[in-house]
Design a binder for this molecule. Structure first.
Ligand code: TRP
Ligand code: SF4
Length: 412
């Protein structure tokens, strides 16, 4: 996939599960479409994907006015579907409908040093940026750990995120490591691992042993990857046994919560209406649901090269936000026409904008059509969400059963 730097070789096949979330705090725009959704749509073909609406995360910054959250949840799911996220391929769910997120967050909070949270860069950054909000709350400090719980609950190996979220995945890795270190040591671990090896059958058991030896004695990475794939491919052994085999492979204890990798999304090229990155906080967005007239007007009003005061003044596309839209939407022929026409004052700016307006409208038309279809069938959307939540919850329960067990919480 060209838009990814895939560190898949670094994670076990078992971890080829992808998880990502989005906060429901308003309308989605073209920046989300280019920066996130197109990427999700690609990923869903290749991995087992879990995409969720992070409504509890939204509360950490919108606790004073939570009423915008529920309508945004529904709208957001519709926008995902309209953009091509397919509920047959990906699990779509809502965080607060899977209360296991909260339980795992609580349990992880017991082992997470305060300093780890205070050091997450977004903590201070966001407080500075969102001055109008009082973010000196417990929930806001803890939200990266809630994100860790989101990820670890599904034992996701890959987390597609932007640059600003990489520190959160890093925190997740540290928390997982600490958790495994504290609780991953069953008293009879080695014996159980040896039993699990036998359950793979003779041939696979021999392969596993060979890979394990190669890794532990000579650091053979290919063998490590192959052994992980081998473990993943086993149909007849339990998740717990797979975890034991993974842990035994690397010489540690049982890996209960695998460490995820960030899957860095290449920075979205989508500029905003003023040429800066498209973002709600800059007020320069094009909503996925913008009606065509509004959209055309917005684009016609876009600033251009400030040197082109009069129609007869030549300009330079490099200094013009409209050019960045051409870079995304226009083919070579149109781009040449723009470059020539602009630098020679051969075309006017309104003329230059027309192909961009056409292309954006063209791109949004089918999305908006699907939005309308889903809006007309609220039951279909509810069903998709219900089924997704149910599936997510089953997976979440499995992890929590094990977490409770190793934390001595299943005695009742
Ligand atoms: N914190 C992310 C954001 O603000 C959203 C999010 C919550 C998320 N939980 C996640 C993303 C887990 C990836 C994985 O954009
Ligand atoms: Fe920008 Fe096009 Fe006008 Fe040149 S002609 S300044 S590229 S809008």
């Amino acid at each position: 996939m060209e838009s990814q730097e895939t560190p898949i070789d670094k994670v076990a096949m078992q971890h080829a599960r992808v998880l990502s979330g989005m906060r429901p705090t308003g309308q989605l725009h073209l920046g989300h479409y280019y920066g996130v959704l197109k990427n999700w749509v690609e990923l869903q073909h290749e991995y087992s994907c879990f995409f969720f609406v992070a409504d509890w995360h939204a509360l950490t910054t919108h606790y004073e006015d939570p009423t915008i959250i529920p309508p945004s949840v529904h709208e957001m799911v519709i926008d995902w579907l309209a953009a091509g996220v397919n509920p047959k391929e990906a699990t779509i769910f809502v965080q607060s409908r899977v209360p296991e997120h909260a339980e795992l967050h609580l349990l992880l909070s017991m082992i997470t040093p305060l300093g780890w949270l205070e050091r997450v860069p977004s903590y201070k950054d966001q407080q500075d940026k969102l001055k109008e909000k009082d973010l000196s709350t417990y929930g806001f400090l803890g939200y990266p750990l809630l994100q860790s719980a989101d990820i670890l609950l599904y034992r996701a190996g890959l987390v597609p995120v932007g640059e600003d979220q990489v520190a959160h995945v890093e925190l997740t890795r540290e928390v997982a490591r600490r958790f495994n270190h504290l609780y991953g040591r069953e008293p009879d671990f080695e014996a159980k691992a040896e039993q699990a090896i036998k359950k793979m059958g003779k041939k696979n058991a021999r392969l596993y042993q060979r890979y394990r030896k190669g890794w532990q004695e000579s650091g053979e990475e290919e063998g490590l990857a192959a052994a992980r794939a081998l473990i993943e491919g086993q149909q007849n052994i339990t998740v717990a046994d797979k975890d034991r085999l993974l842990g035994y492979l690397e010489g540690g204890g049982k890996v209960i919560l695998p460490e995820p990798q960030p899957l860095l999304t290449r920075a979205s090229k989508m500029p905003g209406l003023d040429g800066q990155k498209m973002s709600k906080s800059y007020g320069n967005t094009i909503s996925l649901r913008a009606d065509p007239d509004t959209l055309a007007t917005q684009l016609r009003k876009m600033p251009t090269d400030p040197a082109r005061v009069r129609r007869t003044d030549p300009g330079d596309p490099a200094n013009c936000p409209v050019w960045q839209f051409h870079a995304v939407y226009s083919d070579d022929k149109i781009q040449n026409w723009v470059r020539e026409g602009c630098t020679s004052a051969g075309i006017g700016c309104i003329e230059c904008k027309q192909p961009v307006i056409d292309a954006v409208l063209e791109e949004l038309r089918p999305i908006q059509e699907r939005v309308r279809e889903f809006e007309e069938q609220p039951d279909v959307v509810s069903n998709i969400i219900n089924e997704g939540c149910e599936h997510a919850r089953d997976e979440a329960r499995e992890t929590l059963d094990e977490v409770r067990h190793v934390m001595s919480l299943d005695l009742a």
